[in-house]
Design a binder for this molecule. Sequence first.
Ligand SMILES: Cc1cc2nc3c(=O)[nH]c(=O)nc-3n(C[C@H](O)[C@H](O)[C@H](O)COP(=O)(O)O)c2cc1C
Length: 358
Amino acid sequence: MLYKFARPLFFSLDPEAAHDLTLNALQRAHDLGIAGRVAKRVQPLPVSVMGLNFANPVGLAAGLDKTAAHIDALGNFGFGFIEAGTVTPRPQPGNAKPRMFRLTRSQALINRMGFNNEGAEQFVDNVRRQHKFRDRGGIVGLNIGKNADTPIERALDDYRLCLRRVYDDADYVAVNVSSPNTKELRSLQSARQLGGLLAGLTEERMRLEDRHGKRVPIAVKIAPDVADSWLPSIADQLVEHHMDAVIATNTTIERSNVTGVKHADEAGGLSGRPLTERATQVVHALSRHLQGALPIIGVGGIMTASDAVEKMEAGASLVQLYTGFIYSGPDLVAESVEAIRRSKCVASSPPGPTSRRG
Ligand SMILES: Cc1cc2nc3c(=O)[nH]c(=O)nc-3n(C[C@H](O)[C@H](O)[C@H](O)COP(=O)(O)O)c2cc1C
């Protein structure tokens, strides 16, 4: 409700400035202990996915809290889980500004942030400083990527390094091979590269499992621009390499739904309403092929509570939102949880084939 009045002010600012201002204001409100009062209460809707117990199936997608510095502040909005990152091994500034654009008429964003972040060491320090969200049962996913100046042939080194760094502090790790804003990153989803990457990650995780005495689930985040004919193969490889979930989808490079709209020609990934249908199609295709062998986290264009229900009905066990949170405001979290509850589509979610943790 409050957001209805605040939104015109945010939308009058440059999108990245509005983003930074909002996060800082949220953090202030959280530090002063008043943030919880403005958020709608979210009633529990427990689900078990990847061997983890979620208080509800609605999460915050990666990219809003790139540095993991605001997990507790964002936790006030009732998310069942928050995915922080993408983090890279070393700090990097990202692309030149402007790099985030609002396509208001289309309820969309285009971003080419390029993994601006403070590096894995600071990221983990930030995660460790916060306890409130987790103490209330919130699940924290940490999303990892590669530095822009690491050659694509050495991508596995970066993912391994990040996995080692975040392992002990993550409830699950998300492997981002689908951002359009890091050169060649999405080629890691190809036939030639995916198997090697997944094998390397599995091997690294086995080592970490021994060292830390716990198996942290890994989810792989894919692009909506993957050809339909290639989706079954990706799904099979994720299962074969003992991954625990697939996150579908990241932003799209497709522009056919926004032709002629201001900023539509900006380079980067498009999110929000123009992505809804394609992301749901991908969830559906994966679900049909996987038949419960691997849980799906559905993301892309959830702008209303019924969009969240559609993702669940298409086969997702959990959903995430980002652009809908910006356009519709924080009430979307509680509304989505309630709509999912009413739709009765949260019957026991399939655990990952090798999940052990609860
Ligand atoms: C400004 C912005 C930055 C993003 N940064 C990341 C990121 O760092 N890592 C990632 O995996 N996804 C990132 N995403 C993608 C979102 O997590 C999500 O997959 C995508 O936006 C589709 O969901 P939505 O339509 O609800 O926004 C970003 C999205 C936006 C809009």
